[in-house]
Design a protein around this ligand. Sequence first.
Ligand code: B12
Ligand code: SF4
Length: 457
Amino acid sequence: MATSAAVRSASRLSFGLVLTFYQRDPAYALGLAAISAHAKRVHPDVRVHLVPIFRDDDVEKIVRLVDELEPDLLGVSAMAPTWLPLDPYLRALKRARPDVPICVGGYQAIVSPEETLAHDAVDFVCVGDGEEPVAELIAYLCGRRAGAAPIAGLWEKTADGTVVRTPPWLVRDLTALPFPDYTIFERDGDVRYLSPHAVESKRLMTLPVLSGRGCPYRCSYCANTTLLDLFGGRGGLLRKHEPEPLLKELARLRARYDVEFFQFWDEEFLYDARYVRRLLGAYRDTVGVPFSMFARPDTMRDDLCSFAAAAGCHSMWVGIESGSDTYRRQFLNRRTPNAALLAAVATARRHGIKCMAFSMVGLPFETRAQAEETLALVRSLAPELAIFSQFVPLPGTPLYELCRRHDLLLPASVDHQMWPIGRLNIKEHPGGMTSAEMATMAAAIMDYLETHTRVDA
Ligand code: B12
Ligand code: SF4
């Protein structure tokens, strides 16, 4: 193992791990909670703190907050679109504490490790899951690590600028890991400053949770496809918690934070029908609060919807993405036809489950007529909540590669990567919408949204 980072004295009592991420609006970061839980299990004396960075947070304020916590290691979580906004914070943090190593993880680091490590402030990048690499890095920095082998899953920039590369470390068995540590989100014992109400439940105290990780599908715009490409796709990297301990954990969280609604953040909740039956079969009795999930239309079978509804499923988040059968098939690698989408939403509704439909506009080679088809399909689905986002090309995905090949990518900039709808995130091109068409399309969507959102738990 190289020695660019200062190795701390083994006698230090309390090693400080400060975690941070950039988020426009208050939100949880369950990846960091998972890292904290494992770090505390392996190093019971570690102090873990979270300093979230929200949009427009003053750089000096963040530096002061981090500094007061006396960090020995700074762990930063970044998605590709949040990487650029993090830049001024990373530089200022490094200036303030040049001896504290900065390790970046999350999709930005996984998909673009070279670019991420090339940043002046960054010492390590985590090229896969972060639990074990961070625990190992803490051991190394505390002088507790035996041997000099590089840490699996971490790339390191050494003092002379060379890069030590290792293969990613991946969670294979979720049941071997502790549940995420929600205490990192607490302020005075409470977590309500962090989006306490999900959009689907404006009145109820809501907490996001995971029954597992991974998705077996390969939609062309999605970072999951990149993960399958990088890490091998067999079994779709699906990893689940055992139902019984998970239910106990959910009941514990419900009691600790007065949770009235759980939002399952699993990429695709219904894929493993046997697991769904085992988990939800006992959910009502053990946990008993309403919940929502992400589900693909093709998994929303009548029997599963019926089962989920009986367990207390309030709503399903359903990816529509485009209302054009042809576009979805040709460009998005989603083959479920419109008729099946309509049927899936109708099935859920028959069982009293509300639907949140999300779609994208401003896609490469998407015509104005196809974008109109998306709005028309959403109108016919009549979801309780519709969300339209501007297409963002995510590095490493097939659709990003298509944009690159056709020279459609705009130079990276903070504004072109985030949600506000109405501006194209790719260059105008023959066969696609013009900026003017995009603006009128966005206006039509906003009109629809103003009159049709009707959701509440
Ligand atoms: C819930 C969610 C959200 C929530 C909460 C985000 C959050 N803070 O986590 C909300 C709705 C706010 C959100 C917003 C966005 N999201 Co989102 N989101 C997700 C989702 C569905 C689950 C995230 C999750 O909890 N995963 C489970 C945890 C355990 O895994 P993890 O976060 O990956 O963390 C592990 C590793 O990545 C790594 N790791 C992560 N951080 C760190 C840090 C360190 C120091 C280390 C060492 C390791 C490490 O270790 C962790 C434990 O193993 C993912 C899909 C997915 N499956 O991950 C998309 C996903 C992360 N989102 C994505 C995107 C693009 C966005 C937006 C940028 C969309 C947009 N254009 O606006 C916004 C960003 C808004 C902002 N930041 O201001 C993409 C990111 C792709 C990419 N290449 O970056 C994903 C992967 C969706 C996709 N399939 O394409 N999102
Ligand atoms: S089903 Fe969802 S998580 Fe899975 S690849 Fe498609 S968009 Fe990504």
